[in-house]
Design a binder for this molecule. Structure first.
Ligand SMILES: NC(=O)c1ccc[n+]([C@@H]2O[C@H](COP(=O)([O-])OP(=O)(O)OC[C@H]3O[C@@H](n4cnc5c(N)ncnc54)[C@H](OP(=O)(O)O)[C@@H]3O)[C@@H](O)[C@H]2O)c1
Length: 342
């Protein structure tokens, strides 16, 4: 089966997604009988579309040389926004990886609405539209008979959403806890090893893992975004950002970290959803964890989550993720799952 992709957003994640589509093409054909082709692609410069398939190496070479899709030979068009691109292209799936924008979700939100109206599935790592309009987008997808998969939006390659939504489908999740922001976890770990806050942030930015706006990470908003998505997707609770009490790591000093270390403890930025007397309490805050706590074993470079459930016991899982490839691989996993899972 041929699957036509419209790939919008060609930064850290989008370009690596294209690399993986190319690298894994034969395996995906053999294992899943899916032939993934890119019929449209767009960035801030504009877009290109071609019903027979754009050439992935040409797109990657353009991006590597600092150019955009407007410069794509013959088919590139500047002055084209992503809604127009989706409206005019022939594609089955919108792969949306533009930047997370918490103000109005754009450009992702409008592009996703347009794709759903056109009965396209969506695979995305972009948290903005999900955080601002989760219930609306999923209602529209249901009405249009298409799917939205976003496992990459929560801890990149770690299948947090897949576990919570699919594998714990018959469970009541009683508690969710996670070290879900790689940037702050790296900074806290590096500070415990004597590095300064600023040097640690610069290092993680160079790896392409930090949000374009690092205050999203440092002030706890990225972790809160992920908690909102988990609450909507896995706890089945319509949730907005305003439902989460958020505190970042700016108040954590080297002295506090040293004191924690001396006591055999660690400070982690923990995202937590816990049921108390029938209501959910959602928080993101730095916490002092005992060495025995599973999340204490999530060092810099890792992210991890813990689910407590009524019938599935306690599940703890973590990932080592130090570049954007696992996130790109998660977007690819979602594209495949659109066609191979009910
Ligand atoms: N990086 C990670 O490890 C990671 C992990 C999990 C989730 N995510 C999420 O994945 C998404 C992408 O992250 P990233 O690191 O790849 O971001 P990025 O490197 O900043 O890339 C963003 C892409 O979006 C494009 N873009 C921005 N505004 C646009 C507009 N108005 N119209 C069309 N295209 C536009 C940019 O175009 P130009 O190329 O022309 O600038 C760029 O290609 C974000 O939502 C992020 O939160 C990232």
């Amino acid at each position: 089966m041929q699957v036509r992709l419209a790939v919008v957003g060609l930064g850290n994640v989008g370009t690596r997604f294209l690399e993986l589509v190319q690298r894994k093409q034969d395996l995906i054909r053999q294992r899943f009988e899916l032939d993934l082709i890119v019929t449209a692609a767009g960035d801030t410069s504009g877009g290109a579309e071609y019903f027979k398939a754009l050439d992935i190496p040409i797109i990657l070479a353009l991006k590597q040389s600092g150019k955009g899709m407007a410069a794509y030979p013959t088919h590139g068009r500047g002055e084209m926004d992503m809604v127009e691109l989706v409206r005019s292209c022939n594609a089955d799936v919108l792969v949306e990886n533009t930047l997370t924008n918490l103000k109005d979700g754009e450009p992702g939100l409008s592009t996703m609405r347009e794709a759903l109206q056109r009965k396209m599935h969506i695979a995305t790592a972009n948290k903005g539209p999900l955080v601002l309009a989760y219930q609306e987008l999923f209602a529209l997808a249901k009405q249009q008979g298409v799917k939205i998969l976003h496992s990459a939006a929560v801890c990149g390659g770690l299948p947090v959403v897949n576990i919570g939504r699919r594998d714990l489908g018959a469970s009541d999740i009683t508690k969710f806890e996670g070290v879900v922001n790689g940037t702050t976890n790296h900074i806290l770990d590096a500070m415990a090893h004597g590095e300064t806050f600023d040097a640690a942030l610069k290092h993680i930015q160079a790896l392409g893992i930090a949000e374009a706006d690092p205050s999203l990470d440092v002030d706890g908003w990225d972790a809160a975004n992920k908690l909102v998505i988990v609450a909507n997707a896995c706890l089945h609770r319509p949730t907005k950002l305003a439902d989460v009490r958020v505190e970042g790591i700016r108040g954590v000093t080297p002295e506090m970290i040293a004191q924690a270390k001396a006591e055999g403890k660690v400070i982690k930025l923990v995202a937590r959803a816990v049921q108390a007397r029938g209501a959910w309490k959602l928080t993101v805050a730095p916490e002092l964890l005992d060495a025995a706590h599973p999340l204490a074993s999530v060092p810099g470079g890792y992210m991890g989550v813990l689910y407590e459930t009524d019938i599935n016991g306690q599940i703890f899982t973590r990932i080592h993720e130090e570049n954007p490839y696992p996130t790109a691989a998660a977007v690819l996993r979602d594209v495949i799952n659109l066609y191979t899972q009910s």
